[in-house]
Design a protein around this ligand. Structure first.
Ligand code: APR
Length: 320
């Protein structure tokens, strides 16, 4: 079988890490696109030169022209600007919306059959705009946020309990921002829900609350440490997990920003919810029952996303 082509739109910190992971996991050939001249070409050559050492076969190309992404099976979009200390994801909206317009038309023209994963922030609004600008089917355009947010939650929980990260599952819903909703009762260690672990004396509610808080601010914690950009290893790993589920038809159940048309009581919006990703893209939206404080927190998060989408519509009325 011929290798799949994976287009990485944006060859910055996340784009470079994505390119490396695609090779290490032998998911396909890589085209790195960026507006910066030399960066995608240089990174592509550098990673290609690591392939004999690590023993993977993949072709790498760097480009400044959308033509080169022609026929891609997967496009992962990181084009845009990242946060600096003191900036919220939302501060990026105006600049990155224009970037989505360019990226959307490039994908529309050259890779209309691709599965598109958006990472650019503010995530929920940018993936919403990218779907509109690209005109691709809604089930083929998703945003990467929940896998990363739940990975952060899982890591902190595994650390708290001193158990393997592999045995910790976690659920995070809602927008990719400070209003995200980590769901304690659906998060487990080897199937044992967190509230039970509190009862068993493994941790306290206060410590869990602190972990939830740290998860919500997981991105900002890294921005404040790096000072020159935002997280890139874990975001890249998370998007690769989504791409792999599509390419290998794994049908993984993962939280991601997906288009809602009535589910969860929301319409024409993207927000983080569990979905099944397989060869047909988003094959199923998992609509869990939300009640009480969880419902209220989810609604608050959806409201924050709506505010961002409304801001996009104001800047670009053609999107409304
Ligand atoms: N088209 C293509 N590439 C672009 C465009 C554009 N219009 N505008 C900017 N870029 C490129 C930049 O040249 C840069 O190489 O996007 C790349 C972004 O890379 P970084 O600045 O290193 O940012 P990164 O850490 O990879 O994050 C990218 O993901 O998590 C989000 O908030 C983050 O929105 C940011 C995005």
């Amino acid at each position: 079988m011929a290798r799949q082509k994976i287009a990485l739109i944006g060859a910055g910190q996340i784009g470079g890490t994505l390119a490396h992971l695609v090779g290490l996991k032998e998911l396909g050939d890589v085209v790195m696109f960026d507006i910066a001249e030399g960066i995608p070409q240089g990174k592509a050559l550098d990673i290609a030169q690591s392939s004999p050492v690590d023993g993977f076969d993949a072709r790498y190309a760097g480009t400044n022209s959308y033509e080169a992404i022609e026929g891609a099976s997967v496009c992962i979009v990181t084009a845009g600007v990242p946060r600096k200390p003191g900036m919220s994801r939302d501060d990026l909206l105006g600049i990155n919306l224009k970037v989505m317009e360019q990226v959307g038309s490039g994908i529309r023209k050259y890779a209309p059959n691709a599965f598109v994963i958006c990472i650019t922030n503010p995530l929920d609004a940018m993936v919403w705009a990218l779907q509109k600008y690209s005109g691709l089917p809604k089930h083929m355009v998703v945003g990467m946020a929940g896998v990363l947010d739940s990975a952060r939650f899982r890591y902190f929980l595994a650390d708290e309990f001193n158990v393997s990260v592999e045995d910790v599952t976690a659920f995070v819903l809602g927008g990719h921002g400070d209003t995200m909703v980590p769901l304690i009762k659906y998060s487990t260690v080897a199937g044992i829900p967190l509230p039970d672990l509190v009862k068993m004396g493994w941790t306290t509610q206060a410590r869990l609350d602190a972990i939830v808080d740290r998860t919500r601010n997981g991105g900002a914690e890294i921005v404040n440490l790096l000072k020159t950009g935002s997280a890139f290893y874990a975001p890249a790993a998370s998007a690769i997990a989504m791409a792999e589920s599509y390419l290998r038809d794994k049908k993984r159940v993962v939280p991601c920003a997906a288009y809602l048309n009535g589910e969860y009581g929301l319409k024409d919006t993207y927000v983080g919810i569990p979905v099944v990703i397989g060869a047909k893209g988003v094959e199923r939206i998992v609509e869990i029952e939300l009640a009480g404080a969880d419902r209220a927190a989810f609604d608050k998060s959806a409201e924050a996303v709506k505010g961002l989408i409304d801001a996009c519509k104001k800047i670009a009325p053609d999107l409304a």
